[in-house]
Design a protein around this ligand. Structure first.
Ligand SMILES: [Fe+2]
Ligand SMILES: [Fe+2]
Length: 290
């Protein structure tokens, strides 16, 4: 009975004690997704299934981020419309998790995986409610979701068949909305903030950019994916890191600078730190890869 009610089996635990996310019944309920038989070597196929399974978990888990932003939006005095939009975004991320689960099944895998760590969304107790909320929105929408739009759009363009393209199209449409939410906040709220607060938001961006660059750094040393693997949604390897850097440099930074947040300096600092880390580890420099 419990399994019919919950997405997470509360008794099953992974090796690290994390709950197991099991989306088999949710994927089944949406009907079978059929993908063409793309020629892949077994390692590539395993890696693609693992990618979609990891994506299933991260999409599903990101619902908690938007859900946590709801009370923060209320405390910051946002309209009911914008606050409600955040609740809808949480549901959309769960929907994305199920869409990814369908792809896992179509590729011959099981949409079952440890849910992993679920870090709390920062409450920024050193800042007022508006500044704390804007910090999180910059991180979530103006960095992560804006980059997601660029990445999913390129995957969608390369999809092996209309059925996978349709799944990615539905995910993309929602990610565009998640990014636009942040840019609405930047256009409407940020210009009303005092200069000192905008300066502090720039300082916070160093953290947000650094975390995004660190999260994507492993792609730099990955092998370039084959065309067949890319058509099934495999990460492009170094190209994925290039998309991150290009999106931040050409979209996020200029838009935030236009709103009066010193984002250029923050990005340059974060990039220099990542480059320094990688040079110390004698690995390729991200700037070279970008
Ligand atoms: Fe998503
Ligand atoms: Fe999203």
């Amino acid at each position: 009975m419990r399994r019919a009610l919950l997405h997470v089996d509360t008794e099953a635990r992974g090796r690290d004690g994390a709950p197991i996310l099991d989306l088999r019944s949710e994927a089944r309920a949406r009907g079978k997704l059929v993908l063409p038989d793309v020629a892949l070597d077994p390692d590539e196929r395993r890696a693609i299934v693992a990618t979609w399974r990891g994506r299933m978990v991260s999409e599903y888990a990101s619902a908690r981020v938007f859900a946590a932003l709801v009370p923060q939006a209320m405390a910051a005095g946002l309209s009911a419309r914008e606050t409600g939009a955040l609740a809808e975004m949480a549901l959309e991320e769960i929907d994305h998790g199920i869409r990814c689960a369908r792809v896992v099944v179509a590729l011959g895998g099981e949409p079952v995986a440890p849910l992993g760590a679920l870090p709390l969304v920062p409450t920024h107790d050193d800042a007022c409610a508006v500044e704390g909320f804007v910090r999180n929105v910059l991180d979530v929408s103006c960095v992560a979701e804006t980059v997601a739009v660029a990445l999913v759009a390129s995957e969608q363009a390369l999809a092996c068949c209309p059925a996978l393209a349709e799944e990615l199209e539905r995910i993309l449409a929602a990610e565009v909305g998640h990014a636009r939410f942040g840019w609405r906040i930047v256009d409407t709220i940020v210009p009303t903030l005092p200069p000192e607060m905008r300066r502090r938001l720039g300082a916070y961006l160093v953290v947000a950019f650094r975390e995004a660059l660190a999260r994507f750094a492993p792609f730099v040393t990955m092998r370039d994916a084959s065309a067949a693997a890319l058509s099934l949604g495999a990460p492009a390897g170094p190209g994925t890191f290039r998309v991150l850097v290009t999106t931040l440099e050409t979209i996020t930074v200029p838009k935030l600078e236009a709103a009066g947040i010193p984002a250029r300096r923050a990005f340059d600092l974060a990039l220099a730190e990542i480059q320094g880390d990688r040079v110390a580890g004698e690995k390729p420099r991200p700037r070279d890869a970008a």
